[in-house]
Design a protein around this ligand. Structure first.
Ligand SMILES: [Zn+2]
Length: 300
């Protein structure tokens, strides 16, 4: 809970931790079958680093916990190092750093490494020591390391690690995949209605209209009692997964420009968050307005 005093009272933001929502399967978080298959493949590897990149409050804890659950269900020795433990996880040793004075993430990771872990989740790589500890733990061959950091998209996570002082060769050697995500509100299924728009309005999401007159059917929530007249109910992720293949390893190691890494990732089949969002708009799960809001796109 966060509160701040303002002129006419308090502004309060409540972050509700629903334990049941942390225990959902990967298939319910909004991943396409391709992304889910790649995540599962990464989760079965013995070592290496898998990153979840996102701005604040975009569901990374749920995604990380769901991945941890998926992995620990196949009987491995799993640990987490978290600033604050948000969700207790069955069968996983969770270490909290915030309440222990003088203990930082790097120390906790080194302590865990002496326990011969199979899987290690690190809550948030917010400083250079934590980022380096995560990369170094991941190159040892074991454990598999899952971690999150603040970055707007998958490619930017590489720059973020570099800015935190991790050397590009170490990033190239450790990172196997980067998932970036945002949460969008789902259209309320109780009051959902179709409407027709000119397809050119979807151009800014990367949609290529067949001609200037093409019409498409989209959906929106009219507003009802179930959704308290917002037209939305529940949330899901739009996401992109950058699979770090040989080519990308090489680009990272020789400090290539983010745009070049992005091109290589797309050529390798990465669907961007914007493309994933467009699919979910065309499927009637969310709205163009939601994409504009969460992707910070300009209204045109
Ligand atoms: Zn409704």
């Amino acid at each position: 809970m966060s509160s701040v005093s303002a002129l006419y009272g308090e502004s309060i933001v409540a972050h509700i931790l629903d334990k049941s929502s942390a225990l959902v399967g990967l298939n319910r978080l909004g991943f396409t079958p391709e992304v889910q298959a790649q995540l599962e493949e990464l989760a079965l590897r013995p070592g290496g680093l898998v990153l979840v990149a996102e701005p604040l409050n975009s569901g990374k804890t749920t995604t990380l916990c769901s991945l941890m659950n998926r992995i620990s269900s196949i009987e491995k020795k799993a640990f987490t190092v978290e600033e604050f433990i948000e969700y207790p996880l069955d069968g996983i040793m969770q270490i909290e750093t915030a309440r222990k004075a003088g203990r930082d993430v790097g120390d906790a990771v080194r302590a865990v490494m002496r326990q011969d872990p199979d899987v290690l989740m690190i809550g948030d790589l917010r400083d250079g020591a934590a980022a380096r500890a995560a990369c170094e733990a991941a190159v040892a061959g074991q454990p598999l390391v899952l971690a999150s950091l603040h970055a707007p998209d998958a490619v930017s996570a590489i720059s973020r690690l570099t800015n935190l002082g991790v050397e590009p060769p170490l990033i190239a050697e450790s990172v196997m995949g980067i998932l970036a995500q945002r949460l969008v509100r789902r259209i309320c299924t109780n009051c959902k209605e179709p409407y027709r728009v000119n397809a050119t309005e979807l151009r800014r999401f990367g949609f290529v209209p067949e001609d200037a007159d093409q019409q498409v059917t989209l959906f929106r929530g009219k507003g009802c009692e179930t959704c308290r007249n917002t037209g939305y109910r529940f949330r899901m992720s739009i996401n992109e997964l950058m699979w770090v293949n040989e080519e990308i390893v090489e680009l990272i190691a020789r400090r290539a420009l983010p745009a070049d890494i992005a091109d290589a990732a797309k050529a390798n089949g990465m669907k961007t968050m914007r493309e994933d969002g467009l699919v979910k708009v065309l499927e009637g799960i969310t709205t163009p307005e939601e994409l504009v809001r969460v992707l910070n796109l300009r209204e045109t």
